[in-house]
Design a protein. Structure first.
Ligand code: BJW
Length: 223
């Protein structure tokens, strides 16, 4: 029985990290074209670094909630559970999960836009930081912006081919390719379940749904 779990910003909401598209979400305060595209970074790298430095600081100050802990226990107890997250925070890892697949990258990592070298990000990243490999001043957060290819797609689609149960937790289902996973899983014969604060626009694509705060709904489902 292979279980593929996809998490989104909603699982970290009760840890104090903002979601993107909810009322008061990050995209109501920031123009995503300016902070979450390669073109925005090229136009104003300092603005983008400031946005991600603040996100990194928030993440450092946050603690995993009961949903992260429950998934950490599940992943540790069973070898047939694959945890894929769209989140760039490290709350799954701090909640006890190992082998988490970060398809949209990680705040804790830096990427050289010139040579693709990756390394641990400092707390405060600056456009003037040279890449340790090639020396170019093209340091960016190692996260996936709109128009870029998400990470580990081959691994994810390989897992998707074997999935028996697909569970989406705390994601609005607005952003592809993750938004297409439910359809892919169903085509492969899997059962599909949505766990969210409330039914999303994608609810009709799932076989079942359970609704409420992740810190309550996820531990109940894991039990
Ligand atoms: C709770 C809760 C609580 C609240 N408890 N729940 C037209 C069709 C198809 C695709 C496209 C298209 N036009 C453009 C595209 C491509 C584009 C895309 O999808 N655009 C859409 C806007 C349409 N996608 C891309 O460009 C991607 N790349 C790509 O497609 O490459 C080509 C490719 C082709 C084929 C195969 C593979 C690839 C890249 C997308 C990169 C997204 N990047 C971001 C930023 C990452 C860095 C960062 O964090 O800053 O990723 S954007 C942002 O959205 C972030 C998130 O991971 C992602 C998803 O958001 P998420 O997690 O769903 O959050 P919200 O806020 O939307 O939802 C929160 C949910 O939680 C809500 O449902 C709440 O109810 C719930 N909630 N509190 C439980 N307490």
């Amino acid at each position: 029985m292979t279980i593929l779990i996809l998490t989104g910003a909603g699982i970290s909401a009760e840890s104090g990290l903002g979601t993107f598209r909810d009322k008061d979400g990050l995209w109501t305060k920031y123009d995503l074209n300016e902070v979450a595209t390669p073109e925005g970074f090229a136009r104003n790298p300092k603005h983008v670094q400031t946005f991600y430095n603040a996100r990194r600081a928030n993440c450092r100050g946050a603690t995993p909630n009961a949903a992260h802990v429950a998934l950490g226990q599940l992943v540790s107890a069973r070898e047939d559970v694959i945890l894929v997250t769209q989140n760039v925070d490290d709350l799954h890892e701090r909640g006890g999960a190992t082998g988490v697949i970060h398809m949209h990258g990680e705040l804790a990592r830096a990427l050289c836009a010139a040579c693709d070298h990756r390394w641990d990000a400092p707390d405060e990243m600056s456009v003037d930081d040279p890449c340790p490999a090639c020396g170019t001043k093209a340091t960016r957060p190692d996260v996936v912006w709109f128009g870029e290819m998400p990470y580990h797609m081959e691994r994810i689609y390989d897992a998707m081919a074997e999935v028996d149960l697909f569970v989406a937790i705390g994601t609005s289902g607005n952003v592809y390719p993750a938004a297409g996973f439910v359809t892919e899983a169903k085509q492969n014969g899997a059962e599909t379940l949505e766990l969210n604060l409330e039914p999303t626009d994608a609810r009709g694509l799932f076989d079942a749904g359970r609704y409420g705060p992740a810190s309550q709904v996820v531990p109940l489902w894991v039990d």
